[in-house]
Ligand binder design. Structure first.
Ligand SMILES: Nc1ncnc2c1ncn2[C@@H]1O[C@H](COP(=O)(O)OP(=O)(O)O)[C@@H](O)[C@H]1O
Ligand SMILES: [Mg+2]
Length: 376
């Protein structure tokens, strides 16, 4: 079976490196710290959170995990907090229903049972904002009450936390800060992928979460770790894959965990018969993956104005180039650095480009490949 996993949380043998990060985050959370964890998408944030959760659970900590991509309104956010509180108490179905009803009565919660027996919760009403805020305030207080009553440390994990801004805006941020900062016995992690947005939340004086706790930027996993991991798995599968090919898998994937696993998965399937992987195969696999996503990329591309297209051509052709330099501006007919700046910020707001260290890169690594191959 193909051992390379992408697009879902990785655990155990598929989860590599991250030892120091795991130690630190688990320790900080156990100490009741409020931690910000920031990295672009697909670097392995969620996997790290889940690994930390398991480590903490093994130490008897009560862990709550909430993915804010799943809560598309203030009411749904309140309902999710209600459900988490019910789960903390390990209530039976009927008790859980009553418990949640008490907490979020104004939402007229709708219950259903998932195939795995877990409880699914929808909301049926939009009570006045003031009431929803009151519910959220009560629910946010719950982990601390639980920790004190049960004499058990509690950890709350908010994944995709940048979404809080569109869920409830400044009033919600303020409310959360006010309640959470007093909770001595509860560790919180606020994990998010929109770097600029997350950084502003915690580093700007005017923002509610300013200075709430340590800020960790999750970096890429060092290439050596991945090369070793790839080598091990390919060898187990009886593949012949020389060192320089391993290196080129990692670099062709931008050294980003998700894309490395994706590319390795592709190569495994592509060469399942022949069991020999060369540099040419890596190129072919990359091209195949990019081609597969053509409908998506084409649609994005077609809707862009010319200047933004030229800027993307430049970034795709010269990863890491100094895009504000005269040479770059001339070569890609961008007229002035002011125009580069404007186009760049539009591409960032469309989520096509993002900043990575000092460079600007494609948010979707394969789209960069596609642009290079099809649009220049
Ligand atoms: N520690 C790791 N070891 C190996 N692969 C990883 C690791 N972390 C992430 N990945 C790869 O990246 C993918 C995305 O991981 P995920 O944790 O969902 O990232 P994020 O939450 O930052 O978007 C995983 O499916 C896996 O392919
Ligand atoms: Mg994630």
């Amino acid at each position: 079976m193909n051992p390379f996993i992408f697009g879902e949380v990785v655990k155990n043998a598929s989860f590599i490196d991250r030892k120091a990060e795991l130690e630190t985050i688990a320790k900080d959370l156990l100490d009741g710290q409020k931690v910000f964890l920031i990295a672009p998408r697909r670097y392995g944030k969620t996997s790290l959170l889940i690994a930390a959760a398991e480590k903490l659970k093994a130490k008897g900590v009560k862990v709550i995990y909430l993915d804010l991509f799943k809560t598309a309104s203030l009411e749904q956010f309140a309902a999710a907090l209600g459900k988490a509180a019910a789960e903390m108490r390990k209530l039976g179905f009927a008790e859980a229903v009553n418990f949640i009803k008490d907490f979020v009565s104004g939402l007229r919660p709708q219950f259903s049972v998932n195939p795995d027996g877990s409880l699914s919760l929808g909301v049926d009403a939009s009570p006045p904002q003031k009431e929803v805020f009151q519910m959220i305030e009560n629910l946010l207080a719950y982990p601390q009450e639980f920790a004190v009553r049960e004499k058990k440390p509690v950890v709350v994990m908010f994944d995709e936390f940048q979404e809080i801004v569109s869920i409830g805006g400044e009033p919600l941020e303020k409310l959360m800060r006010a309640v959470i900062q007093k909770q001595r016995n509860v560790g919180y992690v606020f994990c998010g992928s929109k770097k600029t947005m997350m950084n502003e939340m915690v580093s700007k004086k005017s923002r509610a979460f300013f200075g709430i706790g340590p800020v960790t930027h999750l970096e890429k996993i060092p290439p050596e770790y991945f090369e070793k991991y790839l080598a091990g798995n390919f060898a187990k599968g009886g593949f012949d894959c020389p060192k320089e090919t391993l290196r080129s898998i990692v670099s062709s994937a931008g050294c980003i965990p998700y894309y490395i696993q994706y590319l390795a998965h592709e190569l495994w399937d592509l060469k399942a018969e022949e069991k020999k992987i060369t540099g040419a195969d890596v190129e072919r696999a990359v091209a195949l993956i990019a081609k597969r996503n053509t409908p998506l990329y084409q649609n994005l591309w077609e809707n862009l104005p010319q200047t933004q297209k030229r800027l993307l051509q430049g970034v795709a052709a010269n990863p890491g180039a100094a895009i504000f330099s005269g040479a770059f501006i001339t070569r890609f007919q961008l007229r002035s650095s002011a125009l580069v700046k404007k186009s760049l910020s539009l591409l960032i707001s469309k989520d096509i480009i993002e900043k990575e260290a000092a460079d600007y890169v494609f948010t979707d690594h394969w789209m960069g490949v596609w642009v290079r191959q099809n649009c220049s």
